[in-house]
Design a binder for this molecule. Structure first.
Ligand SMILES: [Zn+2]
Length: 173
């Protein structure tokens, strides 16, 4: 059983509707591909290639930049007490790091203490390896001022730091 009175007419309309756009497209593509169109297609293809090359080369420059992976902490030799500022830690190496001078794996990251015994600030900090870094129990105290040193050790107040900076400036005669 087929349904409907108007269905044959509808069908033919539908067929036309389906066919027309395709025909139009064919016409359009036939007439509009000109030199300009080819040029603009070529230009956009080239610009995509150039752009992706630029992105790729930037990315590979970035990947090859040694600073990308460089981690340059301040390290201290647990035996000799020597401090290495901005030490270039080799990729993939683990703590304790190798001291290039002694050849021993004695370097640990440090916290900086900017306090003096007198309760003032100083510009050149004392570097302290935390007990927790060494796996030792208990609080870490600064060997210079005796204060407790913690991870992300806070600096003295700005006013004290400024006073310290001023006192270290060469005096005018
Ligand atoms: Zn201290």
């Amino acid at each position: 059983m087929t349904k409907g009175v108007g269905s044959p007419a509808r069908q033919s309309n539908l067929m036309e509707d389906l066919e027309q756009p395709a025909a139009k497209k064919r016409e359009a593509s036939g007439s509009k591909i000109s030199g300009k169109a080819i040029f603009s297609i070529a230009a956009s293809v080239i610009s995509v290639i150039v752009l992706s090359f630029a992105i790729w080369s930037m990315y590979s420059n970035y990947m090859n930049d040694p600073r990308r992976a460089a981690w340059t902490p301040t390290l201290k030799d647990v035996e000799t007490g020597e401090v290495f500022e901005q030490f270039s830690v080799a990729r993939g190496s683990n703590m304790p790091y190798r001291n290039p001078k002694t050849g021993k794996n004695n370097l640990y990251p440090v916290e900086a203490c900017y306090w003096t015994k007198e309760g003032k600030a100083k510009m050149t900090p004392t570097y302290v390896i935390l007990n927790s870094t060494l796996g030792k129990p208990g609080k870490t105290t600064c060997p210079d001022c005796g204060r407790t040193v913690v991870m992300y050790n806070p600096r003295p107040p700005e006013a004290l730091m400024k006073a310290a900076w001023e006192s270290e400036q060469p005096k005018n005669k």
